[in-house]
Design a protein around this ligand. Structure first.
Ligand SMILES: *Cc1c(COP(=O)(O)O)cnc(C)c1O
Length: 470
């Protein structure tokens, strides 16, 4: 659609017809979501690249709507489907259409300035800190996910250990650092250490206890003592709340005791497992002791059903974040009045200056659905994983390779190629598992973080899996 000249080159020339098409597109989105069960993953069409090639003149809103609904919307990973359990893909929620629309209408930039929208994000961060059980001086920042939150947490821990002088001097004068993580810990910690200049060699993997899958704290203590004797600085323990492979949880009170005794920072990767804090019943116990962490990374976009990309970095002493990241050149100076006032500029708490209104989608989820119902989904998913485990154990075709601890289930076919079986189920639209390797065996892996899944879905998919295995 052509603009009408200066000051009007981008706004729709006709708001009425634009609005009509946009309302239609919203209806298309609602239809897509209300019929999520009818849309499973399909292979991208052979001409996908041609369909979305950036050529030709600008198109009308009508044309845009057509391309978006026909050529874009159907061809994602489709983890909106109730039988999607691969990797750890959150399902999202329709209510977020509201937060996304409002965020765009405001064109919100939550980096700073004196604006009421900041209070929405403050409310979300405070709610998360309270949910964790952290003290009142805890604070944090909403970021794109746990990978980014981990970078911020490690950078803050470094300032806590060595002081703000390293912001100028860098890390060249520091002793070699060591970070300890249980076997099966997520690769985002390794990546963060690479980015921050310590390299993968700074990471030491500690074995886990066979039964619980939790980090072996005796082995941890021994590793710390050995490193200290060798002149390496034991710097941080990374606990895991919900390991990506097996859904296991470390013993946080035990890790906190070691961190305290050794003067180390305790960070917890709680990407999805954090939300067991809001679940009813015994599942909540899995994260007991998380309140003793110095920092926590968690995702809203997995088990909280907030759409991508959205996570949080929480720090026990919130001031560590500003000590690490606050930087206010003249063009960002604080003022006592006007837009440059305001007591909370999130650019002081992380790397990004310009930030979208990530907190709004979490706020909408909490207002529109509420923590209680979100917590019930978490309990449902854990029960469904138990059922899947029981069905795998009972099936002649499969071995359950580990007991189900939370929402993850890992089982292996007795004969045949698990990878081919998983791909076939995906291609036939009969359920999405991913694969992993446990004890050298390639396994089916389900990480259930899906509010649309029912017990019947689990039974059907397991029957389909058995059929394919035969
Ligand atoms: C997904 C995940 C991460 C990485 O989080 P992103 O939000 O994808 O950056 C880290 N740790 C665990 C346990 C995860 O499941």
């Amino acid at each position: 659609m052509n603009g009408t000249g200066e000051g009007g080159r981008i706004d729709p020339a006709d708001w009425d017809s634009f609005g009509e098409e946009l309302h239609g597109l919203l209806d298309d989105c609602l239809t897509r979501l209300s019929t999520a069960r009818a849309h499973h993953w399909q292979e991208p069409p052979a001409d996908m690249a041609a369909r979305v090639a950036l050529d030709g003149p600008p198109i009308s809103m009508e044309g845009l709507r057509e391309i978006l609904t026909r050529d874009v919307m159907p061809f994602g990973t489709t983890h909106t489907h109730p039988k999607f359990w691969g990797w750890v893909h959150g399902t999202g929620m329709a209510q977020a259409l509201a937060s996304e629309m409002v965020g765009v209408a405001m064109n919100a930039n939550l980096g700073g300035r004196h604006q009421g929208a900041v209070e929405v994000e403050r409310a979300v961060v405070d709610w998360c800190a309270r949910t964790a059980g952290l003290p009142s001086e805890a604070f944090g920042i909403i970021v794109s996910g746990t990978s980014q939150a981990t970078v911020l947490a490690i950078a803050s821990a470094r300032i806590a250990a060595f002081g703000t002088r390293i912001r100028e001097a860098g890390i060249a004068g520091l002793p070699p650092l060591r970070v300890y993580i249980a076997e099966g810990g997520h690769s985002c910690v390794d990546k963060a250490l690479q980015l921050l200049g310590h390299g993968s060699k700074a990471l030491r993997t500690i074995p886990v206890e066979r039964e619980s899958g939790a980090m072996d704290t005796d082995a941890l203590r021994a590793a710390i003592a050995e490193d200290r004797a060798a002149g390496v600085h034991p710097f941080m323990i990374v606990g895991t709340a919900g390991s990506v492979n097996l859904g296991t949880y470390d013993d946080f009170p035990a890790l906190a005791d070691v961190a305290e005794a050794e003067g180390m920072w305790l960070h917890i990767d709680a990407a999805f497992g954090f939300w067991t804090r809001i679940a009813p019943g015994p599942i909540r116990l899995l994260t007991d002791g998380i309140e003793r962490a110095d920092s926590i990374a968690a995702d809203f976009h997995k088990w909280m059903a907030v759409p991508y990309a959205c996570g949080i970095c929480l720090v026990r002493d919130g001031a560590r974040l500003t000590e690490t990241f606050k930087s206010r050149p003249d063009y960002l100076a604080q003022a006592g009045a006007g837009l440059a006032a305001g007591d909370l500029w999130f650019c002081d708490y992380g790397m990004e200056l310009s930030r979208g209104f990530l907190g709004l989608k979490v706020w909408c989820a909490l207002r529109a659905v509420g923590a209680e119902r979100l917590g019930q989904v978490i309990a449902d998913n854990c029960r469904q994983a138990q059922l899947m485990g029981a069905l795998a154990e009972a099936a002649a075709e499969f071995d359950l390779v580990r007991p189900v601890v939370s929402n993850l289930c890992v089982f292996a076919p007795r004969v045949g190629d698990a990878e081919a079986m998983v791909a076939r189920l995906q291609l036939e639209g009969r359920g999405v598992f991913s694969t992993t390797r446990v004890d050298g065996r390639v396994c089916f892996r389900a990480a259930i973080v899906n509010h649309r899944t029912t017990e019947a879905d689990i039974r059907e998919a397991m029957a389909a899996a058995a059929e394919v295995a035969r």
